[in-house]
Design a binder for this molecule. Structure first.
Ligand SMILES: [Zn+2]
Ligand SMILES: [Zn+2]
Length: 135
């Protein structure tokens, strides 16, 4: 928790219990939940917290780069407290999103650079498939 406390202090932002709750929830899951899923999960503990508050907390956490927003398509945003570059895989049947446990794709930027006139900075990788439970 030191991390979030010092980052919020540095940015002169108020670390509200709601923001902390959203962050802690994301730290404790690997499920890449949507805002609605976070809202539902926090309901029993924070019955007065609205979905709008969850959205606002997420927006702030993304701005300070403690959380990354993943757009898995069709405006379907998921949230992840693992902010280093990593690839994601989504199930086409149930919609679950998992981290793809592959170190990196080191040649990908190079391949992209060789096939364009761009100096590649980074990339975002998404894979789509059918998860074990849905097969
Ligand atoms: Zn599935
Ligand atoms: Zn992830």
């Amino acid at each position: 928790m030191d991390n979030i406390t010092s980052i919020f202090k540095e940015k002169k932002l108020k670390l509200t219990p709601q923001r902390l709750a959203v962050y802690q929830y994301l730290m404790g899951t690997k499920e890449h939940p949507s805002a609605e899923a976070i809202y539902k999960a926090l309901q029993p503990v924070y019955p007065t917290m609205s979905l709008a508050t969850v959205y606002k907390a997420l927006k702030t956490l993304v701005e300070v780069e403690l959380v990354q927003e993943i757009n898995v398509g069709e405006g379907n945003f998921r949230y992840d407290a693992t902010v280093n570059d990593h690839a994601h895989i989504q199930c086409l049947k149930c919609g679950r999103v998992d981290d793809l446990e592959v170190d990196s794709f080191p040649n990908l930027n190079q391949i992209a650079a060789e096939n364009s006139k761009y100096e590649i900075k980074w990339n975002k990788l998404f894979f789509y498939g059918v998860c074990e439970g849905c097969q």
